[in-house]
Design a protein around this ligand. Structure first.
Ligand SMILES: *Cc1c(COP(=O)(O)O)cnc(C)c1O
Length: 360
């Protein structure tokens, strides 16, 4: 069991409140650090100022990508308390990602203690703008100095955070997405279902092509048949069939090449709570296009910790494309799910599952 440093007792003064957070660069003042070796296991967590690292150029993590990470958010509730959304689910996925890369797992309790340490120290950076949040980034990387192709025998865990902006309320804009026909994100037996550093650099060329086509994100198809729709960029996707109370909420089935998003799982539960039927299906691009044309599919959205719920208005596929629903405008089911999720984040809607962890 890892010994834990005492969290600061008094709330830290609101130093340097971030007003314009930007996109992933407004880091908070501290990070939490621990190290692992075969002899000692995980050391105690250390809360230290966020600072440059000194690493050897021959570090295994740098060369062979033995690096796993997570992404989760803390929000401020109306009563001022900080709530982290579903940290234990993120801890479990972090363990799964580590196992896949032969990295020692971090105990769930240690993961949660690290969050508590960092958020209680750095919550003063968060303004009271409810659309802002603290995005938390845990990472574990291999630190052995060796260029042998083997798993490292030492590791470093770091947990850092940045203040994230975002939209709030009903004025949400739809995005266009671009179908990646040349590049795939994941393949059977690979690492598409875990969050590891090596999954992301290979997606950058497709992301660039999507942007060149005027789109916000690439849509990933299955690697084998190149027919089934899997994900969008670093987000899971949802479709709505029909309208009103009878609308069905659908998401691509987890086939082993999709990343099982915590937001995805949350949206499935929220949709049921709102009275919709839900389904996990394999859906082809052709079916997607035809069902949009026939009016069967009425809404499409992407979801993830960073994106929350983002409506999709148009799909570009090579030289052609199609528009979704009412001229691509955000649909009512999308918006109600988005509101329900944001309500949960801020502790404003019932939380029977106890998904919101209040920072100690
Ligand atoms: C992180 C991620 C998601 C979303 O997962 P959440 O747990 O909802 O944040 C979806 N797809 C990919 C590829 C991801 O890396």
């Amino acid at each position: 069991m890892t010994a834990i440093a005492e969290p600061p007792v008094a709330p830290v003064a609101p130093v340097e409140v971030v007003r314009n957070p930007g996109h992933g660069e407004s880091f908070t003042a501290h990070m939490v650090s621990a190290e692992w070796s075969e002899e000692t296991g995980w050391t105690a967590l250390d809360l230290v100022p966020l600072a440059d690292l000194t690493i050897h150029p021959g570090m295994i993590g740098l060369h062979y990508g033995q690096v796993a990470f997570e992404g989760l958010k803390a929000h401020r509730r109306m009563d001022g308390a900080m709530g982290v959304f579903r940290p234990r689910d993120h801890a479990a996925r972090f363990q799964r990602s580590c196992r896949r890369l032969a990295i020692p797992e971090l105990p769930e309790e240690t993961f949660v203690e690290a969050l508590d340490l960092l958020i209680s120290a750095d919550q003063g950076h968060l303004s009271d703008d409810p659309s802002h949040s603290i995005y938390i980034r845990p990472i574990i990387f291999a630190t052995d100095t060796s260029l042998m192709l083997r798993p490292s025998r030492t590791y470093r865990f770091l947990l850092m955070a940045f203040v994230a902006g975002g939209f709030f309320g009903e004025d949400v804009e739809s995005v266009s997405v671009w179908i990646s026909r040349q590049f795939v994100r994941a393949f059977p037996g690979g690492t598409g279902d875990v969050k590891i550093a090596g999954n992301y650099a290979p997606s950058f060329l497709a992301q660039r092509a999507a942007e060149a086509a005027g789109c916000a994100q690439a849509v990933w198809l299955d690697a084998h048949e190149r027919r089934y729709v899997e994900e969008m960029g670093g987000m899971n996707m949802f479709l709505v069939r029909g309208t009103g109370a009878d609308a069905q909420v659908i998401t691509p089935q987890l086939t082993g090449t999709l990343l099982p998003g915590v937001t995805r799982r949350t949206i499935l539960a929220l949709a049921e709570r709102l009275g919709h039927s839900v389904a996990e299906e394999k859906l082809t691009v052709d079916q997607w296009r035809e069902e949009c044309a026939s009016g069967s599919i009425t809404e499409v959205f992407a979801c993830g910790t960073a994106a929350v719920v983002t409506p999709v208005g148009r799909v570009v596929d090579g030289d052609s494309g199609w528009t979704i629903g009412d001229e691509g405008r955000p649909g009512p089911v999308t918006l109600s799910l988005r509101q329900a999720l944001i309500g949960l984040h801020h502790g404003e809607t019932p939380d029977p599952e106890g998904w919101l962890h209040l920072v100690r």
